[in-house]
Each structure stands twice: as structure tokens, then as C-alpha cells.
Ligand binder design. Structure first.
Ligand code: PLP
Length: 458
């Protein structure tokens, strides 16, 4: 294996990566494998291929191949909005009066408004290549559903989205964007699936959850010929596709002769953070460079900081494979007043392993301080950030202010994953003083953690 990988040799003339980087190849402790919930054995490719597209299963299970060629069709699509800008936040630095340099990688410059398009276009491509009719998925607030419907319309694939009912009702605009791109959007739990019917019967009037929508989307895929299920975060394949964020960031920093000291990203299921840090963490793992890497999660959904590192279900219906991850338990649902996204109960297995190995740290932020940071950023940098992204802004500001105290001229890089135009109801709550912080009690967390599946690791 080559030491000191010249990531640069994997760029084209417009400085777009030609390959995705698979961080797992450089991890000594590999992420734990997905397990079959019935047998407790690692999932085999044949088993996964009933649910996921064939090429994506291969990427999911490959812990050894360092680079994956990005197919031409995907590169062409990426060129519509990539390379994405790496921006120096001069105005924020000035406002804070910090000697630190702050850079952000902005992934909100495409119509879907977030980094999720980087993986949805790849997943749609492989589904098309396999000759499928369409794909199913779940969406919470709607960013993933939006990104996937754009990608599916580009490749002329049918796209069925199960949208968490509360978001379906409260966020009609995202739903209309998805329908504009030809997707069908169903509020979840629905009466389309057995699991949806069961959940509706057991919890009449429920407003749904991500875990429940996942179960419905998987059931829909496996019961319809020519369909597969796709997921917008958490999985290894998604982090692989998102490595394009980190590779571009690394190339841009190298070009201007800058070295990052601190790299910060928000963490929901871990895909943007896993992508942003990939080449930097690769250097760290190979002993070539050191970086301080910080994941930021909501105080109300603290998987890394208060969760348990254990095998858990990825969905409420317990039909998906088991994944070993930092988790709050698949029953965990953040408090209803939580408005800042990042509400998945678990975390990418790759990031979970890196965190467990002490290679990165994690912090939480309360939602009111997240929106304060969002506003401070918007007023000087001119971008209206997504609430999710604003978790990273919050910690970037904290670190820049620390530098102000110590006089250190650190270079801080954070991921600005998307824009917040569809989150204005949350901004409204914040401005009207109606936003409250909520910290789950130990008892509440214990309740969902007590239901973790009993798995004997072999
Ligand atoms: C989905 C989303 C996230 C969180 O997902 P990860 O998989 O953790 O990256 C963060 N920011 C935005 C804008 C999103 O849409």
C-alpha cells in the first residue's frame, strides 16, 4: 500500500476528484460488519443484494480497496455543481476578532440544497446500471428525498419516498420539490405496507419516525420486482461517495499551502463528516499528519456522547441488518420541540469505530445556541445555513474564540452542508423566542437502550 498518497494525482484538470477514497482501507480496526438479525452472522453479499443495488453492496462490503473510480456519468453530473467552493470566512473572523483562520466547504450550492446529492446521484446511477425500475427510500425533513428525486429524474428511474408524517404535514414545500422531480411521496406510517399498518394499529395517530419510514421503504422495495432500497447516510457506501467533499477540500488547501489544524462537521448519521474528514483521517491513520477532528451533534439526540457502542437495529421494524454503532436505541425519538435535524438514533459504523479508537472527538450543542451561531454566520457571510450545518458553525466559532484568548493562529475548517430556506419555521420559532432546549434524562435514554438487541460478537 502506498504511503503518503498523492491525492492530487486523482484530480482532473478542473480539480475534480476522479476517484472516491475508501477510508476503511487505511483503518487498522475495521468497522464492524452488518449482521443478519436472524442468524447473528455477517451479512453476505447475496443477502444484501435483495435489498440494495449490486454495485453498492460491493462498495458496502469492501474494506480494502483504497480508491474507487467515479464512473463518467456521475462525474458529468458532479460537474453541474462541483467542485464546491472552499471559502475563507474573512468576515466571520473579523467579527469574532480571532487570529484563527476559518474556512468552510459549502455544499449547499445545488438545488437540493445539501451534500446529499453527492451520494444520491451515485446510488441512482448504479440502480439504472442494474436495469432496475426504481428505488424506494425514507426521508425525514426531506433533504435526502429531494436529492434522490433529482438524481432519479436525471436517470429516468421511479422514486418512491416515505416521508415521516409530521414533516410531510409541516414541510409541504419540500414535498412539492420532490413531486416536481417526479417522485411519489407517501406520509409514513402509511397503509401501503404491512409494517405501516401494524405501527398505525399499535400507535394510532402517531406522527412517525425515521426508523419507521425506513422499515416501510425497505418492505416496499423487497416486495416489488425491479426495486431496491437506498439510504442517504450511515452506510459505508454513502461515506465513500461523500469522500469527494474531503478530497476537494484537501486539494484546495494544498493548493494555497494551508494546513488544517481543526476539522469540524455536524453529525446526523455521519455521512458529511465521514466524507469531509476522509483524506485527513487517512493521513492521521497512516501517521503522516495530525488533525483535531470534532463531530458536533444535537444535545437532544446525542448518539456519540451519551449513546452506547453496540449492535442495534437501523430501523423501528427491525427488518434491516444489525449495525454496530454508537446508538441511543432504535426506539429513541428526539423531543418533539427539536427543530435542528440530525435526529437519527445511530451513527455510521466507520465513525463509531474511529471515535471508539480515540481518533476523533464529539461535542453536543443546544439548539438555541445553534440558531444563534446560524444567525451570526448568516449576517456576515451572506449564506442562510441549514440548522444541521449550524452545529458545525457553533463549534467553529467556539474554537475561533478560544484562539482569541490564547492568541493561537489555528486553521479551522468546517463543513457547511446546506442551506436553510426550507427550515424557516424553525428560524421563526427561534426569532419568536419559542425555541426551547431539551436534554434527555438518563432514564429516558436508558429506556430505549434497554431494548438493544442481545448480540454475541464473534
Ligand atoms: C442530512 C443532512 C445532514 C446530516 O446528515 P449526515 O449524514 O450526518 O451528514 C447535515 N446537514 C444537512 C444540510 C443535511 O441535509
Amino acid at each position: 500500500m502506498p504511503n503518503n498518497i498523492p491525492y492530487k494525482t486523482y484530480l482532473d484538470e478542473s480539480e475534480m476528484p476522479l476517484k472516491w477514497y475508501n477510508l476503511r482501507a487505511d483503518m487498522k480496526n475495521k468497522p464492524a460488519p452488518l449482521l443478519n438479525p436472524g442468524t447473528g452472522e455477517p451479512m453476505k453479499a447475496e443477502e444484501l443484494e435483495g435489498v440494495f443495488c449490486k454495485d453498492l453492496v460491493e462498495q458496502e462490503l469492501d474494506n480494502d480497496t483504497q480508491f474507487f473510480e467515479i464512473p463518467d456519468e456521475i462525474k458529468e453530473f458532479y460537474k453541474m455543481y462541483r467542485p464546491s467552493p472552499l471559502v475563507r470566512a474573512y468576515f466571520l473572523e473579523k467579527k469574532l476578532g480571532t487570529p484563527a483562520k476559518i474556512y468552510y466547504k459549502f455544499e449547499g450550492n445545488n438545488t437540493s440544497g445539501s451534500h446529499k446529492l453527492n451520494s444520491s446521484i451515485a446510488q441512482a446511477y448504479y440502480a439504472k446500471k442494474q436495469g432496475l425500475k426504481g428505488v424506494t427510500t425514507e426521508t425525514g425533513a426531506g433533504q435526502w428525498g429531494t436529492a434522490l428525486s433529482m438524481a432519479c429524474s436525471y436517470f429516468d428511474l421511479d422514486c418512491k419516498v416515505y416521508m415521516v408524517k409530521v414533516s410531510y404535514e409541516q414541510k409541504p414545500f419540500r414535498r412539492e420539490v420532490m413531486r416536481t422531480y417526479g417522485a411519489s411521496v407517501t406520509p409514513s406510517p402509511s397503509m401501503n405496507t404491512e409494517i405501516g399498518k401494524k405501527i398505525n394499529a399499535e400507535h394510532p395517530g402517531t406522527t412517525g419516525s425515521l426508523g419507521c419510514a425506513i422499515s416501510e421503504a425497505v418492505e416496499d422495495a423487497v416486495t416489488h420486482e425491479g426495486y431496491r432500497y437506498v439510504l442517504g447516510s450511515v452506510l459505508n457506501q454513502v461515506l465513500l461517495h461523500q469522500s469527494i467533499i474531503g478530497l476537494e477540500t484537501k486539494a484546495a488547501l494544498d493548493k494555497i499551502g494551508e494546513k488544517a489544524d481543526i476539522i469540524i462537521g455536524c453529525a446526523g448519521g455521519g455521512s458529511n463528516l465521514g466524507g469531509l474528514i476522509a483524506p485527513f483521517m487517512g493521513e492521521k491513520l497512516r501517521g503522516e499528519n495530525d488533525y483535531q477532528i470534532i463531530a458536533v451533534e444535537p444535545q437532544s439526540c446525542p448518539s456519540f456522547t451519551r449513546g452506547r457502542y453496540a449492535y442495534d437495529f437501523c430501523d423501528t421494524g427491525a427488518i434491516c441488518p444489525l449495525a454496530k454503532m454508537y446508538t441511543l436505541g432504535s426506539d429513541f425519538i428526539p423531543a418533539p420541540n427539536h427543530a435542528g435535524g440530525l435526529r437519527y438514533h445511530g451513527m455510521s459504523s466507520i465513525l463509531s469505530q474511529l471515535y471508539d479508537d480515540g481518533l476523533m472527538e464529539a461535542r453536543t450543542a443546544a439548539q438555541t445556541e445553534v440558531f444563534e451561531a446560524a444567525e451570526e454566520f448568516a449576517r456576515v457571510e451572506g449564506i442562510l445555513p441549514a440548522p444541521e450545518s449550524s452545529h458545525a458553525i457553533k463549534v467553529a466559532i467556539d474554537e475561533a474564540l478560544k484562539c482569541k484568548e490564547t492568541g493561537e493562529e489555528k486553521t479551522i475548517v468546517f463543513g457547511l452542508t446546506g442551506t436553510g430556506y426550507f427550515d424557516l419555521v424553525a428560524y421563526e420559532k427561534f426569532h419568536d423566542g419559542k425555541m426551547e432546549d431539551y436534554i434527555p434524562t438518563d432514564e429516558e435514554l436508558e429506556e430505549s437502550l434497554a431494548k438493544l438487541p442481545k448480540v454475541e460478537e464473534k
